[in-house]
Write a protein that binds this ligand. Structure first.
Ligand code: AMP
Ligand code: FE
Ligand code: FE
Ligand code: ZN
Length: 286
């Protein structure tokens, strides 16, 4: 079984539409794929309707969160929620708030670049995105690439958009413990994404993850392209201590990122644990 539980579509900042994502998953030889767009479930229906024969779809989302880092500061963290009820009023309201917040923040980033003479048009950038799409830095990076300022999305991040970089602006994200409880209350399964990916910015101390287990955290993403061997080893040991589900996933973003679907995978026993814990919506089979 080949299982990839973290992938983005054009419903957030991936480049494959949901239909293309499930087709690409089948073409990559996956048996199970999860659609986990940032702060939205907008791609679920399209992905479900286009599900190729034999492919299993786990519907999910990646929640943009902020957490105490365990050292007196805070850290940006991403929470994957699987198989939750998309009708949950608290999740719906929070995702709507974040979509507005994401547009506000990306507009200010684009305005600052335009003010410094870069050929980006904040109005064109925001108007070019579907109104309900969670706007993110990859969209601004794409505009910079289209304008010939950079040769790739990665270059735009490396030069301008990295966390703490010259045009970086933070966001008012969801408190992670609140997000964990929201996902659980909606019958979903919360799994912390790329928790020790230190190249992305400050990461949380192990004690923070242990505390989230009391809020209902079910698992950690151990095998992720942004985790080096040391990060994997430390997270796997922590997961064993806390009896957490361990996942592995590519965090595929289409051509916005140089990772392949199925580049990292999840053990079938772990996927079964996730499905057994969930009561929001079922996994779907094409
Ligand atoms: P944002 O949601 O606006 O904070 O942007 C974060 C998104 O940018 C995440 O989905 C990451 O996958 C993506 N990202 C972060 N760093 C890079 C990078 N160096 N190259 C391409 N995408 C990146
Ligand atoms: Fe992303
Ligand atoms: Fe993420
Ligand atoms: Zn992701």
């Amino acid at each position: 079984m080949r299982i990839d539980l973290h992938a983005h579509s054009t419903a957030s900042d991936g480049t494959d539409p949901p239909v293309g994502l499930v087709r690409a998953a089948a073409a990559a030889g996956l048996d199970v794929v999860a659609i986990t767009d940032h702060d939205t479930t907008a791609g679920w229906t399209e992905a479900a309707e286009a599900l190729p024969a034999g492919l299993r779809l786990i519907r999910g989302a990646e929640f943009s969160c902020v957490s105490p880092d365990g050292r007196g500061g805070s850290a940006s963290v991403h929470l994957l929620g699987y198989l939750f009820d998309p009708q949950s009023p608290s999740i719906g309201a929070e995702q709507e708030r974040l979509r507005v917040e994401r547009r506000r923040r990306l507009r200010v980033m684009a305005e600052r670049m335009a003010a410094d003479g870069f050929p980006v048009d904040p109005d064109a950038l925001l108007d070019g995105l579907p109104a309900d799409a969670p706007a993110g830095r990859p969209h601004l990076a794409g505009a910079l690439r289209a304008a010939g300022v950079v040769g790739s999305v990665d270059e735009a991040f490396a030069r301008f958009l990295y966390t703490g970089g010259p045009y970086y602006l933070g966001r008012d994200d969801t408190d992670v413990a609140t997000a964990v409880r929201m996902v659980r209350d909606a019958g979903g399964v919360p799994v912390l994404a790329h928790a020790f990916a230190s190249t992305r910015g400050p990461v949380v101390e192990p004690g923070v993850i242990a505390a989230l287990v009391t809020d209902g955290l079910a698992g950690v993403e151990v095998f992720h392209p942004d985790h080096d061997t040391a990060a994997r080893d430390r997270l796997a040991a922590l997961a064993a201590d806390l009896d957490l589900v361990v996942t592995g996933s590519s965090d595929y973003h289409g051509t916005n990122k140089a990772v392949r679907l199925g580049q990292e995978t999840t053990a079938s026993a772990m996927c079964e644990r996730i499905e057994a814990m969930a009561s929001g919506v079922p996994a779907l089979v094409g």
